[in-house]
Structures are given as C-alpha cells and as structure tokens.
Design a protein around this ligand. Sequence first.
Ligand code: PLP
Length: 361
Amino acid sequence: MIYLDANATEPLRPAARAAVLAALELTGNPSSVHAAGRAAHRLLEQARESLAARFGARPADLVFTSGATEADALAIYALGRGRRLIVGATEHDAVRTAATGAAMLPVDGQGVADLAALRVLLRDGPALVCLMAANNETGTIQPVAEAAVLCHAAGALLHVDAVQAAGRIALDLAAMGADSLALSGHKLGGPQGAGALLATPAAAALLTPLIGGGGQERGRRGGTSPLPAIAGFAAAAEAATGAEHLAGLRAEVERAAVAAGAVVVGAGAPRLANTTCLALPGVAAQTQVIALDLAGVMVSAGAACSSGKVTQSHVLAAMGLGALAGEAIRVSLPWNANAADVRCFADAYRTMATRLSRRAA
Ligand code: PLP
C-alpha cells in the first residue's frame, strides 16, 4: 500500500519515535514535586522551549493542547471574547465550528484570501480574524503577514491555523506578525495526541482556559500533560525542515493526472510543495478514493463523508469550482515519499481515470 495522505497524518519520524519511547520510560507526572515528577517536568519544559524557539514564541506563551482542534478552539474562545469573528472561507472545520456566526472572508478562484474584502470587514469594530497559513485540501498558502498588518491597523487580532504549514514552510509567529498560532504534532511527523497554541506575550495574557482542572499550563489548560506525545511532537518539529524536496515528485503526480484528464485545483497560487488537489470531471471524489484504495494507493477526498452522507468540500465550493468541488481528490506526499510511490500512483490513477471517466461519459 502506498500512503499519499500526509495532510491527514504524517508518518511518524524516526526521531519522534525515539523521543516517544524515551518519554514512555519516565513514570512521573510533570506536576508532581518528587524526583520522578521533576524529571518528567524537565522533559516537558525542554519540549516547550524547543517548540517555542522553532516557531517564534516565548516558552511561557506556548500552551500544550490535545491537538490543533483544541488549540483553534482555545484561541477563538479566549481571543474572540468581545470581538467580532472573521473567518477565511476555506478554514478547517476546527475553526469554522468554533467560530459560529463569524463573517466570512472570501477567497479567489485559487483559494487565496481577498485582502480588499478583509479591509472592508475590519471597518465594523474590534475583531478576531482567523486565517490559515496553508490549506489542508489544496495547499494554498495564505498572505498571513499582509493580513496581520491590516488586522493590527484596524485594532483586530489575527489567529493563524498553521497546522499544514508547520515543518513544510518557514513559520515564525513573531516574524509573521500574527497574535496566535495553532499547531498539531501528528501533522508534522509526531504522534497523535498533542498540539499547541503559541501566542505573543500580549495575546497570551488574554488566554483563559477552555478546559479547567488542575491548573496545568499556567492555568490555561487543565489536564495531565501527555508527555510521550509532547516529546514526540517536539522531536518531529526539529526534524521537519521543509517540504521543498517533494516538489519534483508532486510535479510527476500532476503530470500523470493531467495526462489522464485531471485538472489541478489552485495551481496558480503559492502552494505547499507536498500537496495537490486533482479534479476529475464527471467522477465523484469518493469513487476515485475507493478505486485508488483498491489499487493500493491511499489518498483522500476533498468531499468529506460522514455518517454515510457525502458532503461537498466547502473549500472547493468557496473557490467557485461548481460541480468539480465534488470531484476532487487530495494527494499529499509524506516527508518520506519516493519516486516508486509516485510511479504506483501514476499507474493506478491512469487505470482509474480511464475506467471511470468512460463510465461517466
Ligand atoms: N486545522 C487544519 C488546517 C487541519 O488540517 C487539521 C486536521 O486535519 C486540524 C486543524 C485539526 O488538527 P488535529 O487533528 O490536531 O485536531
């Protein structure tokens, strides 16, 4: 089986695996005062320092969470209090569901946020704007630094969901000028179960807990820290040094798909080098995913299928794709993808497209 679904979860990096196993050897709870607790606490703080340094925040302003869904929810809950919410049209559901009632910031046909529209939306009083660094379905990279300038000129705060960008492109909270950043360990080659919200000192002072409890994380997030997941998260972030090495393989994927009749969605925008969104006119995305899975190639559909109901991708619909929004799959190359994987994909895609396009015609 060939795994080309890195944007769902990256394969575990060897350094992360080693860090998880080492942390599993520790018995202590980081909150305990005895020697075992202090050893666990040291490891927790090393991970915090490493991640904070890597992504441009102070260690004291990094809150560990269960993942990015929780980090996004914490940011919106705490920083959005007393502010209007403005949310990019292609944000992940982690943001969309936490920001109910938000005004929608439109995107263009390539999925890039419309900054002229943002300027207008910002006129209506204090706001929290949520704009992702890079999209999970198309890889489109958003102009977050430019958005930060507009937000701050209008007295607004900017929260950036940086889940897909982290480890793939340069990412630094301070350099970007945003107020907070959500990260997820398993999206950059760590284990599932840990994420983080990083904030500027001013934004961190506004953080109030979404989950109470024992006062962990400086009172900003209750619950015993999942040390193995956090240690693996930090080790993965240190090992994740960009996705540019995947650009050539992604070009091969796109060449093969286009030759078989596909359209590359968002190709005109700056994109993550590991991600491509391929629409095959007339063939439902889920049908493509299943056919490729049967051929041994694992990808995902932009259209999510839950409780047996297939829904159209809100990302592709916001880009104005029309019917194609239900006919696109996402191929996201993992950090360890190789040329043989891409050859398998190309063969499977060609066979699938020939068979299903003929049936659709
Ligand atoms: N934000 C984006 C852009 C994502 O792609 C995902 C996961 O797919 C999330 C948030 C949620 O992350 P987690 O799985 O850590 O809760």
